[in-house]
Design a protein around this ligand. Structure first.
Ligand code: IDP
Ligand code: MG
Length: 151
């Protein structure tokens, strides 16, 4: 079982698409471990996107992610990191394949609605950055074997 960090970015919250997109993740079989609506400050935004520091789009990206609240969460399930990235589609919404979140709802490189961790290392780093350990719940969903069986 793997965990991944998701961020419904400011465009997603402003466009009121959070529920619809979260439903895709839940329907796929992923379960929520944590979820909260927060206003991101510059320090958190810069830490989250540290790998992009120095790139031409970095300043705009920080303005974007700190410009309006985000919903951030942790999802868990078989191969959760790859599953979420596959459901999200390519970074550039204009190029993303229809059927993916970005392919269906985004036509922008920056405003691509949802973030998903890209590796186990990123997921560990990002979950620790956005959540305190006590915010991560531990519970069982009845009938889980019907969803995760044979993994
Ligand atoms: P990812 O979110 O698909 O992993 P990354 O390349 O890690 O994509 O970029 C992080 C975020 O930075 C993207 O999701 C997008 O919001 C923004 N971004 C990436 N490339 C560009 C660009 O060329 N122009 C504007 N924003 C960009
Ligand atoms: Mg990335």
């Amino acid at each position: 079982m793997q965990r991944t960090l998701i961020i419904f970015k400011p465009d997603c919250v402003q466009r009121r698409l959070v529920g619809q997109i979260l439903q895709r993740f839940e329907t796929k079989g992923l379960r929520l471990v944590a979820l909260k609506l927060i206003q991101v400050d510059r320090a958190l935004g810069e830490k989250h996107y540290a790998e992009h520091q120095g790139k031409p789009f970095f300043e705009g990206l920080i303005q974007f992610i700190t410009g309006s609240p985000v919903v951030v969460g942790v999802l868990e399930g078989n191969e959760a990191i790859t599953v979420v990235r596959t459901l999200l589609g390519a970074t550039n919404g204009a190029a993303a394949v229809p059927g993916t979140v970005r392919g269906d709802f985004s036509i922008s490189k920056q405003n691509n609605l949802v973030h998903g961790s890209d590796s186990e290392e990123s997921s560990r780093r990002e979950i620790a950055l956005w959540f305190k350990p006590e915010e991560l719940t531990d519970y069982t969903i009845a009938g889980t074997e019907w969803v995760f069986g044979g993994a």
